[in-house]
Write a protein that binds this ligand. Structure first.
Ligand code: NAD
Length: 258
């Protein structure tokens, strides 16, 4: 069904999408597959990501579900080896897996929390990018879509660990665009506002909370759904975004207009 609706703008492409067992990554994996890509869906929730891949396959599209902890170098190596063995190349890397810090302030943030957030949100992005870049460069091109956040540019979308990690991933994305753009690599960051996913379910559960009031009083009048972000990710991954390099693309319902 998904096939019938989606334009096959990623036909013939192979895409890795991380964090694909839940939320934005799951929506991205489904949409990329519906757009014609062979999708390697990765998550530390192995059962979850295998179910997502099975659903995509049932729709008549192509997906491989892989359980892996992306904070583990061996896990990253396994993902890239399995993707390459199965599909022969990697054209698109969607770095979507992420971890929130629960809005705790600096004085409550332990070294352990800081390291855990940075391990997923920054170091795993760096390592996975380095693992796919040689193949992309050898084949003459590739696309990287990093899910950052409005927290890549403003405070308040998390605590310091989360906000600093998202600022870091935007900086990393820009540097990749700067260093490898002329070699055929397009790297961009997507900056979602508040989106209803596993990450935000608890904070959105109370409709009377100040946070819910704030995120629904944006110009869009609502918080986002994973499909809102997946649609923008598909655009960035496709040739329609051929002139976009190192952008921080806001998809936030207008959260940051003032
Ligand atoms: N939900 C929002 O409001 C929002 C807003 C801005 C940015 N983001 C970003 O979007 C991305 C996706 O988040 P989401 O909202 O869909 O959250 P989510 O919690 O629903 O999904 C995140 C996924 O990442 C996976 N993951 C976490 N650590 C991992 C690891 N070490 N190895 C492999 N997989 C791991 C989780 O298992 C989970 O399936 C994150 O980078 C998040 O920071 C979310």
């Amino acid at each position: 069904m998904a096939n019938a609706r989606a334009a096959r703008v990623l036909a013939g492409k192979v895409a890795i999408v991380t964090g694909a067992a839940s939320g934005i990554g799951r929506a991205q994996a489904r949409l990329f597959a519906a757009a014609g890509a062979a999708v390697v869906a990765v998550d530390r929730d192995a059962a979850g990501v295998e179910a997502v891949a099975a659903g995509i396959t049932e729709d008549g599209d192509i997906a491989l579900g892989l359980g892996a902890d992306l904070t583990d170098a061996a896990g990253i190596a396994r993902v890239v080896a399995a993707a390459t063995a199965r599909f022969g190349r990697i054209d698109i890397l969607g770095n979507t897996a992420g971890l929130h810090d629960g809005y705790i302030r600096s004085l409550e943030t332990t070294d352990e929390i800081w390291d855990r957030v940075f391990a997923v949100n920054v170091k795993a992005v760096f390592r996975l990018t380095n693992a796919v870049l040689p193949g992309m460069l050898a084949q003459g091109g590739g696309v990287i879509v990093n899910i950052a956040s409005v927290s890549a540019t403003i405070a308040g979308g998390g605590g310091p660990a989360y906000t600093a990690s998202k600022h870091a991933v935007l900086g990393y994305t820009r540097q990749i665009a700067y260093d490898y753009g002329r070699k055929g690599i397009r790297a961009n960051a997507l900056c979602p506002g508040m989106v209803e996913t596993g990450m935000t379910r608890d904070v959105l559960a109370d409709p009377t909370s100040k946070l819910v009031k704030a995120v629904t009083s944006v110009p869009a009048g609502r918080y986002g759904q994973p499909e809102d972000i997946a649609a923008a990710a598909l655009f960035l991954a496709s040739d329609a975004a051929a002139f976009m390099h190192g952008a921080a693309m806001l998809v936030d319902g207008g959260l940051t207009v003032k």
